[in-house]
Design a protein around this ligand. Structure first.
Ligand code: IVH
Length: 679
């Protein structure tokens, strides 16, 4: 830096601004506990930019203004890793993990339990970050382990990558290694944008992260929601590091790096197996993809004694989870008709074990999706099944396309009732125009009507509905209330007791609430929340049935589209007949308390966390919403109050860090009662 012509107070201020901004980044992106308000951050950044414009010699590579802005490259240059970047051995069962532990103890000639560090294996891209005197000098991909590519310009744009390390005794040369990944939420948002723009979608977060780092123009990378999480050190010169792996990571965290908050120490291999199970259960809820757990001998001296074989250390292994993506063959495509007539193509697959279950069907969504995938019958496809989400076809392996692969043809008549299939302009879905003539739509409408959140008819499962419709015993939802014992008993696999139970359940379901009844009707776009808002706004069914689209749009969260569907539903004579028939059958509900202007919690966002004991979570949510509050799933500076029950974890911690009001369940109930809610 040429400091000759720069006033001392400017130099001091610039150093101060670096410090403020670096700390704010660290709080926000590494520790997840923002402290500086956004507006203040922006003011500081602008002040720094202005000073740097005035005194260009103040611009250093570690300045917080230097995250974006580098010119596009024409190619990446190669980087040699002084210490090779290794890979990991895998284990696929408890036995294989125990073998790993046994080999270690044999080699150490020890009967004692070995302590392990446990870390989720993030599914991203391995990187090496080289810091000289605490300043980021170079970032590189792993490549073949010996030679990678220089991606410094791209990596600088990631806010959780410190450009300069926080104070402390940082070794003059420090190479840190970790994973760059894209969190699930950012990935979904990125693909939503790509879909809206008609661009090609990314197959999964890992590919999206890899593609983002491979950009020659860092401005593109800067727009991608990437994260860094570090998991080891490489080359270290000068300075001392702790003797346990987990302590090294804690030290890296203090220097400014993000480490995995799930990291734990296990006292022996059994504790590792426990950890693997627990994280497996949590896998879907984690905000990022993981494909296994990495177990590492925690003692660095023991790691050194154990050394390496070929390209992997003896002291670490990755215990993999069942793969969430597999390859299989698309045998055929069939078309299913849903409750609203939507005709959905369903892929029939050669059975494949993925995400822990055998999958032989996957949804193809609609015509646009088929076009986007470019998939043909006979193709080899990649199937993804994550958690309880229905299996998806994510891509086609075009190199394996057989000569006799054939195009998927969309039917122009309903495969169930033969009514014409109509495409709605501006919509990707095609619909059977048969309405309730179509037995497929009828079945779905009845299943929905009977479901738990609707009329909650115990014992009326999907299979039974299908049987009743197929046997000609049931033609409409109101028909449910005219089913007779003899006819039910005559059904295959139906005993007298279950038939009577079903009739009792039907009788019981007649006592309902207006929101549940509205939801049960299956009006398009009217989910539980909208049904609740409609019921509360109008108070009674007749008023709602007479409302025009303008009146409907006065209801919270009801826009023109929903208003149109609601009005249209109540215009159709057969819907009115059904409602009348249901009322005749004895369906009743208490008058709904109409929502007055009284919304004392309007504008507030509340978060519920931990276990509630008196109220159920949905009751608590419902009451809060009645008083005008929004109920959100995560804590931020915008949260008004957090309700925490036993077992509350990170959300409660965050609330404390942000100094937000926290109520326990008792206090919540007192507050609700005070505002007129009867509990
Ligand atoms: S340790 C010598 N820890 O898994 C140890 N690797 O095959 C080398 N990975 O590409 C890696 N999470 O990028 C380690 N907590 C973690 C990891 C992790 C993900 C990736 C790593 C590498 C691959 C190892």
């Amino acid at each position: 830096m040429n400091e000759q012509n720069i006033p001392l107070d400017v130099q001091t201020r610039v150093a101060e601004l670096h410090d403020i901004l670096n700390r704010a980044n660290y709080q926000y992106y590494v520790l997840d506990t923002p402290e500086l308000p956004d507006a203040e951050y922006d003011r500081c950044l602008r002040e720094l930019q202005k000073l740097e414009q005035e005194y260009p010699s103040l611009v250093t590579t570690d300045s917080p203004t230097q995250r974006v802005g580098a010119e596009p490259l024409s190619a990446f240059t190669q980087v040699r890793h002084e210490l090779p970047m290794l890979s990991l051995d895998n284990a696929f069962s408890d036995e294989e993990l125990q073998d790993f532990d046994r080999r270690i103890r044999d080699r150490l000639n020890s009967q004692n339990a070995v302590e392990y560090a446990c870390e989720p294996k993030l599914d991203g891209i391995a990187v090496s970050l080289l810091y000289r005197n605490g300043v980021l000098e170079r970032a590189a991909t792993r490549g073949d382990g010996t030679v990678g590519e220089d991606i410094t310009q791209n990596v600088r744009t990631i806010y959780s990558v410190p450009l300069k390390l926080l104070d402390g005794d940082v070794p003059p040369v420090l190479e840190v290694r970790g994973e760059i990944y894209m969190p699930k939420a950012g990935f979904a948002e990125l693909n939503d944008k790509a879909r809206a723009a008609g661009e090609k979608l990314f197959v999964n977060p890992r590919n999206a992260a890899a593609g983002s780092l491979r950009q020659l123009d860092p401005k593109i990378t800067a727009r991608r929601p990437l994260q860094l999480c570090v998991y080891s050190v490489g080359l270290v010169e000068g300075g001392e590091l702790p003797e346990r792996h987990t302590d090294i990571l804690e030290q890296l965290n203090r220097w400014g790096f993000r480490i995995n908050s799930e990291m734990a120490v296990a006292e022996d291999i059994d504790a590792c197996i426990d950890y693997y199970r627990k994280l497996g259960e949590k896998r879907e809820q984690l905000p990022y993809d993981i494909d296994g757990i990495v177990f590492k001998v925690n003692s660095i001296p023991l790691q050194k004694r154990l050394g390496f074989v070929a390209r992997a250390p003896r002291w670490a292994t990755a215990y993999k989870f069942p793969a969430q993506e597999e390859m299989t063959k698309l045998l055929d495509v069939e078309f299913q008709v849903g409750r609203t007539g939507a005709v959905t193509p369903v892929a029939r697959l050669e059975p494949v074990f993925v995400g822990g279950v055998t999958v032989s069907n996957a949804t193809l969504h609609n015509r646009d999706e088929i076009a986007r995938l470019g998939v043909k019958v006979g193709d080899t496809v990649i199937i993804r099944r994550a958690g309880d989400v229905i299996p998806q076809v994510v891509s086609v392996v075009e190199s394996r396309r057989p000569d006799d692969a054939r195009d998927i043809e969309f039917p122009d008549h309903c495969p169930v009732c033969d009514s014409p299939v109509e495409a709605t302009p501006g919509e990707a879905v095609a619909r059977c125009s048969g309405g309730l003539i179509c037995s497929a739509q009828r079945k779905q409408a009845i299943k929905h009507f009977a479901s738990r959140k609707a009329m909650d008819i115990d014992g009326l499962g999907d299979k039974l509905v299908e049987q009743l419709v197929d046997e000609g015993l049931l033609h409409s939802v109101s028909g449910l209330y005219h089913l007779e014992l003899d006819a039910l008993v005559a059904l295959e696999r139906m005993g007298e007791k279950s038939a009577q139970n079903l009739l009792d359940a039907l009788e019981k379901s007649k006592d309902t609430t207006l929101p549940k009844f509205l939801y049960a009707l299956g009006i398009r776009e009217v989910g539980e929340a909208t049904a609740r808002n409609l019921a509360r706004h109008f108070g009674e069914l007749d008023a709602l049935m007479q409302a025009d689209t303008e009146a409907l749009q006065q209801v919270e969260d009801v826009g023109p589209v929903v208003a149109h569907y609601v009005a249209e539903f109540f215009e159709q004579p057969h819907n009115l007949e059904e409602i009348e028939a249901l009322k005749q059958a004895g369906i009743r509900w208490p008058a709904e308390e109409q929502q007055g202007g009284e919304q004392p919690l309007a504008g507030q966002t509340w978060v519920l966390t931990g276990k509630l004991e008196t109220l159920s979570r949905s009751e608590a949510k419902d009451y809060l919403q009645r008083l005008g509050a929004k109920v959100a799933g995560s804590v931020s500076a915008n949260t008004h109050t957090v309700v925490a029950g036993p077992g509350a974890g990170s959300k409660l911690n965050k609330a404390r860090e942000l100094d937000l009001p926290v109520l326990d369940e008792e206090a919540l109930i007192a507050m609700l009662r005070e505002r007129g809610i009867e509990i």
